[in-house]
Design a protein around this ligand. Structure first.
Ligand code: COA
Length: 194
């Protein structure tokens, strides 16, 4: 595939960038963009195989190279992926987590997925990213946010419940979670920086 074929149709939505302090660390929450491919590759290299399995539902030691470009070259019209990136210091630019949502043709329903670097789990990053994604989806007029979660994924099921998602029985070993965006209004964590 040529680089031109991968460029997003809608321009990079820089207005969605946000700087904040999260548990003593300065972060940038922002849409992913094509230039993030090397950092995104480094991020995925620091995700344990079990966490990759929880995210992609298939066993892999690493994400295949051809798939990487699709994670960073997105059409912002029908997809959004927010990254949490270190804002300053020696690790500036490092990606700590990603939350993404894709809409169907009618833009009423979006499917989400979220992934946090394995050594940084349970530090509120998943919650932070999901709040950003939920706010964005609500502002876009999307009515419902859905996710498919492996039944054994206690962490994500707990996180989804804490965000107000309802858990529906899915198929076999997968639960479907649904958030009514018109009804739910969770408070956003993280103190914005001046
Ligand atoms: C699921 C995942 C995104 C959660 O991210 P995180 O940054 O660790 O989550 P948070 O720190 O924001 O946790 C928020 C809440 O979720 C629940 N939670 C998170 N991890 C948990 C765990 N291992 N066991 C039980 N509850 C857990 C808790 O209620 C937690 O709040 P608390 O820490 O105040 O008790 C992360 O574990 C991950 O990337 N997992 C692998 C990929 C994956 O499963 N993705 C989901 C597929 S859609």
């Amino acid at each position: 595939m040529r680089d031109e074929d991968l460029r997003p149709v809608r321009p990079y939505p820089a207005e969605l960038e946000e700087r904040l302090e999260h548990r003593g660390r300065h972060l940038v929450l922002r849409p992913i963009r094509p230039q993030d491919t090397p950092r995104h590759r480094q991020f995925l290299a620091r995700v344990a195989p079990r966490d990759l399995y929880m995210r992609f539902f298939t066993g892999m030691r690493e994400v295949p190279e051809p798939d990487l470009a699709h994670f960073t070259h997105i059409d912002y019209e029908r997809e959004m992926a927010f990254i949490a990136e270190v804002a300053d210091g020696a690790e500036a630019g490092d990606i700590l987590g990603v939350a993404r949502a894709c809409t169907g043709a009618d833009q009423r329903v979006a499917e989400f997925a979220v992934l946090v670097r394995s050594d940084l789990k349970r530090q509120g990053l998943g919650t932070l990213l999901m709040h950003k994604l939920i706010r964005y989806c609500r502002e876009r007029g999307i009515r419902e946010l859905r996710g498919s979660i492996l039944m054994e994924n206690a962490a994500m099921l707990a996180l989804a419940r804490s965000l107000g998602f309802l858990v529906r029985s899915g198929e076999r070993n997968v639960e479907e979670v649904v958030l009514d965006l018109a009804a739910a209004t969770p408070a956003a964590p993280g103190a914005p920086l001046a």
